[in-house]
Ligand binder design. Structure first.
Ligand code: MRU
Length: 357
């Protein structure tokens, strides 16, 4: 069981997670915007549960949390014997990687920790592995924050002065180590002096837009207007939106993008209204092993997130429900993919490969 910390730390840390001397402290995003509660975990299975239950969410943030969770267990729960440490660590990694299926940052961070543990066990033993796993978790987190800031600067150039910018879900500081991917682009454009009006899709059914994006941008003093998902088309037709910026959970070699359910619909609408649709994501979200979006595993979440809003039932009992939590936007609908290594414009095999050159 995690320990709850009822303290307003957000303004100080500007991140949904931090490492506290062997504990992983996560902002409980299920309770936002009504209350700010932090939960401290001291083992990997606890953190895997927090990822599954959406205490922490957003592709880069769950990668950082997973890396920290593995470091926490290595420090306090795994035995000193090399063979037993290796077996225990490998089982933890396997369970952690399965916590959620779509965001590849999770598997990417787990694989990175697995490599660190293997190398350390081969050279310096368990003490070395514990030390290096902690160092790597902090490096993954620091690198993500830096990637968001750089990505923000690249992406800001694409956003016109005075634009209405539509975003979907929450791809902000709350979804990363801090600053955000799509919201990082918006933050950087605002910091560069552009006056923007951000429209946040509420993002049914889990309401990341209403609960998280609205909260986060409002706290930063950025002009944000909350809309229901079904209002975007009308606002585009009225000329109130000039571009769309979203994040990603997995990008394939050809530039297809999995992101929160509803993203594909926004991209289709943008295409119809001849508006640019941008995706911002770090390279840790790009999965070069998959050739197209059809191969991305899509998470199906529990039906009660659709039949209920919070704890209030809004649909009849026993009604059949479909709930794919992500959809895939084909590369041809995406004007540019913004990363920390530059902009793939348009996103396609060659421009994406060039980001790794
Ligand atoms: O189910 P969630 O809230 O984890 O989904 C998050 C998203 O779809 C985000 O847009 C994506 O992870 C990018 S976060 C920078």
């Amino acid at each position: 069981m995690p320990t709850a910390i009822h303290r307003a730390l957000w303004d100080e840390v500007q991140s949904p997670l931090f490492w506290d001397d062997g504990r992983v402290v996560l902002l409980d995003q299920r309770r936002l915007p009504l209350e700010e509660v932090w939960l401290a975990y001291d083992d990997a299975d606890g953190v895997a549960g927090a990822i599954r239950e959406m205490v922490v969410r957003g592709a880069p943030a769950i990668g950082c949390a997973a890396a920290m969770g593995l470091a926490a267990s290595a420090r306090s729960a795994l035995p000193d014997d090399v063979g037993r440490f290796r077996a225990g660590f490998s089982a933890l990694c396997e369970r952690m990687a399965r916590a959620r299926p779509t965001a590849v940052n999770l598997m990417w961070a787990v694989a990175r920790q697995q490599r660190v543990a293997e190398a350390a066990l081969a050279s310096g033993g368990v003490a070395e592995a514990r030390h290096l796993l902690e160092r790597e978790a902090l490096a993954i987190t620091r690198e993500d924050l830096e990637a968001c800031r750089v990505m923000g600067r690249h992406g800001a150039e694409l956003i016109p002065e005075g634009a209405g910018v539509l975003t979907h879900c929450n791809a902000g500081a709350l979804a990363t180590a801090g600053y955000g991917t799509a919201l990082g682009v918006i933050r950087a454009a605002v910091a560069a002096g552009k006056r923007l009006r951000v429209f946040a899709d509420e993002t049914r059914p889990y309401l990341q837009g209403a609960r998280l994006t609205a909260w986060e941008l409002q706290r930063d003093g950025i002009d944000v207007t909350l809309i229901c998902d079904n209002m975007a088309a009308d606002l585009m037709r009225r000329g109130e939106i000039q571009c769309c910026v979203v994040g990603a959970d997995r990008v394939t070699r050809n530039g297809d993008v999995a992101n929160k359910i509803g993203t594909y619909g926004v991209a289709v609408l943008a295409h119809h209204h001849e508006l640019p649709f941008y995706v911002a994501a770090p390279r840790s979200t790009i999965d070069l092993t998959l050739t197209s979006g059809e191969q991305i595993p899509i998470e199906e979440r529990p039906a009660d997130e659709v039949t209920h809003v919070g704890s209030v039932r809004i649909a009849p009992e026993h009604v059949k429900v479909r709930y794919p939590a992500f959809d895939v936007t084909p590369a041809r609908l995406i004007r540019a993919l913004v990363t920390e290594a530059g902009v793939a414009l348009p996103p396609e095999v060659a421009s994406i490969q060039a980001l790794f050159a």
